[in-house]
Design a protein around this ligand. Structure first.
Ligand SMILES: Cc1ncc(COP(=O)(O)O)c(C=O)c1O
Length: 412
């Protein structure tokens, strides 16, 4: 059998709809300057699907820093992996600033958040160790675990009672193997917006003697008194042993970092295959990230504006009778009932008739019968955007209840 056979007979859970969805629901093109309004298919739409939480993507100082660094260094410098020939003072400075900002001894840059996380997990555990993780862990955590030769135990999302059961099993196992336990959770869950129960998790550390790795992709820059993350929000920065952040969201860039104790970061520098065997982050990304860090530290108004929009949106949607689940972060899911056909009709209605562009998630990513429309508020949204969106969602829900959306997939 040809390994390429699957490309025609089984395109996978998302690919199976490619013919109907590509260019509209999947791989849509958003054009124009990144902001609250952008062009989709040549028409201006209100955009609620970008993780540009602090609005830094188009901040004039950020654009200037990016452009100047690109003009000075180009995209090639430094050539090679950090360990071989890709080291620079700027890379080290960014790591020092990141570590200081989130209250850790050391940090190390990752070229991509996703690959970095895979590699952190892969380097931190060996076959004697056991991983215990949340059932809603991001794909990069799952992929990291796929490289793990030892045991892994999953606990249902945020179910601390069950986590304790898994920890008991893990402890028993590591007593036999002589290994350790690594617990992995997210700080903010990116689909539902609820928080990993970091306080409850760290409370179990003494009894079960484990290390805790937190993926705070959505929490870095948005959560906590200074934006230092979900662990700052819960006051458990000392107890979170490894803190992962990405530049792809609040930092409106690309790349990421892992932070923790100096000796652990040193170990990762010499063992993380995704960094040892891959080219270093280009200079404009690093210098641009230093500028973003400066704004995170010195201009809290972006975070404050973000939360003004978040609070208005979440309060308004709830008051309008929409179900936003258990979010405690900027991520704002709106849950409706219906199938894939209704989900596409609603998205089409929102985009074409209301000019609102948001992400839609339906089966198989969420359970059958659930439609999840995900709104990502940012500091560049306005209260008028919020009011308009709440009204639109209220109308959409009424139309859905009145069975105005058909169960056929929308023609796009
Ligand atoms: C929870 C979580 N972890 C990791 C990543 C990967 O980060 P990056 O986009 O920097 O590769 C993402 C990005 O979508 C994420 O949401």
């Amino acid at each position: 059998m040809d390994v390429f056979n699957k490309c025609t007979v089984n395109m996978g859970p998302l690919g199976q709809y490619a013919d109907q969805t590509e260019g509209y629901f999947m791989f849509p093109k958003l054009e124009g300057e990144i902001g609250n309004k952008m062009l989709f298919r040549g028409k201006e739409r209100l955009i609620w699907s970008l993780n540009n939480y602090l609005g830094l993507a188009n901040h004039p100082e950020v654009r200037k820093a990016d452009a100047e660094a690109a003009a000075k260094y180009g995209m090639a410098y430094p050539m090679g992996a950090r360990m071989m020939s890709g080291q620079s003072d700027y890379h080290e400075q960014l790591e020092r600033e990141l570590a200081a900002f989130i209250g850790r001894e050391s940090a190390y840059l990752l070229n991509y958040g996703y690959q970095g996380m895979v590699s952190v997990i892969n380097s931190m555990v060996d076959r004697k160790d056991v991983i215990v993780y949340d059932s809603e862990a991001h794909a990069c955590i799952i992929d990291g675990m796929r490289l793990h030769f030892g045991k892994r135990f999953v606990y249902p999302h945020n179910n601390i009672e069950n986590l304790e059961i898994q920890l008991r099993r893990a402890k028993k196992m590591t007593e036999q193997t002589g290994g350790g336990i690594l617990v992995i959770t997210e700080g903010v869950y990116g689909m539902s917006g609820d928080l990993g129960k970091l306080k409850d998790i760290v409370a179990l550390k003494e009894k079960y003697d484990f290390r805790l790795l937190v993926d705070d992709a959505h929490g870095f820059g948005t959560m906590g008194a200074t934006g230092a993350g979900t662990d700052e929000h819960f006051g458990v920065q000392k107890e979170v042993d490894l803190y992962f952040g990405t530049f792809a969201k609040s930092m409106a860039g690309i790349g990421g970092f892992i932070a923790g104790e100096k000796k652990v970061i040193k170990y990762l520098m010499y063992n993380m295959r995704s960094q040892i065997f891959a080219k270093s982050l280009p200079m404009p990304m690093v210098i641009g990230a230093l500028k973003r860090m400066e704004l995170l530290r010195t201009q809290p108004e972006h975070r404050e504006k973000l939360w003004t929009i978040v609070n208005a949106l979440q309060k308004g949607l709830t008051e309008a009778g929409l179900d936003i689940g258990n979010t405690e972060s900027p991520v704002t899911p709106v849950m409706l009932s219906g199938g894939v056909g209704e989900a596409t009709q609603i998205t089409f209605d929102l985009r074409e008739n209301y000019n609102i562009f948001c992400s839609i998630v339906s089966y198989p990513v969420v359970p059958k019968g659930v439609i999840l429309l995900r709104l990502i508020p940012t500091a560049v949204h306005t209260l008028e955007d919020v009011a308009y969106t709440i009204k639109a969602f209220k109308e959409v829900k009424e139309k859905l209840l009145n069975k105005e959306y058909s169960t056929e997939m929308a023609e796009v």
